[in-house]
Write a protein that binds this ligand. Sequence first.
Ligand code: UT7
Length: 328
Amino acid sequence: MTTIRAVAIGTGHYLPERVVENSEFAECLDTTDEWIRTRSGIERRHFAAEGELTSDLALKASTMALADAGITAQDIDAIVLATSTPDQTFPSTATKLQHALGMTKGFAFDIQAVCAGFLYALANAQALIVSGQAKRVLVVGAETFSRIMDWTDRSTCVLFGDGAGALILEAQSQPGTSDDDGILSSCLHSDGTYNDLLYVDGGVSSTQTTGVLKMQGREVFKHAVSKLAEAGEEVLDAAGLTADDVDWVVPHQANLRIIASTARKVGIPMDRVVVTVQNHGNTSAASIPLALSVARQNGQIKPDQLLLMEAIGGGLAWGAALMRWSKA
Ligand code: UT7
């Protein structure tokens, strides 16, 4: 029986110009390039320039995604933008992006689920498409985490970077099998019991300040591998597929050891895992669409391939999605 699927038709990404190598941190903190590389896999990250906002990064990634899809902003019905580092408390960064794109119809809103934000945005965009509320949705992850770093805390400030990624989803009628193009299954989870493992110590209603990021890295690490592997298996089961069917895992790019341990647990070799963390560190909600766009640009992801995406972050909030890249 035919069904409406949310099918990807374009990707884009943007990294700010300023590149910061691990060696720069070693000059002002008790750390080394060797420690950062071996414990996280990160070699460098990009930081936004002064005055360069999350919406600026989002605009560049979105412009590239629109060109890749061969459409204009007027062809988009909705923007769902995931960020934990918005330009302002309100209005939403999504509406700022909408305005910057010159899009005067449709609707735009932000989603906040930290590093899992893109998967939350993707699931919401899929729901808008499947319910018939939107035909084409621009899904964006954009962050300026350099604005919420404690530069004296070596256990966090070396891990994060700024960037943006974008994906355009389109409603398409598909046969209704696991061979369909588009999103085949997705799952979202959160457990606020773990709020204190990863948080920012400021906020509008608490301190009226922005605050800085605090993380119990080792604890987050432990939860990450088991929860990500379970979420991966959940979306494969839901689609009636197995790890052998997956062409590429496109994981949240936080730590190479988490990526490798999770892939091993799900039973997928590392030569089928997209890894970009070395070049931009943890860009939170931007990380999956960024990796997706880079992997398409360098020819890794090809038509008809099956992609498994998974992410976890503050909340804790986590999830996974299974998507087949378009056959055409
Ligand atoms: O995207 C959201 C989700 N976040 C994550 O996925 C992050 C999850 N966690 C991690 O990626 C890892 O736990 C880290 C990369 C944050 C840390 O790696 P680890 O192997 O878990 O190290 P650790 O926290 O157990 O620390 C080991 C040692 C400690 O020293 P002692 O107590 O053993 O003497 C730290 O003080 O490494 C020390 N350390 C550092 N040393 C040099 C912590 N940060 C640094 C540093 N340079 N930058």
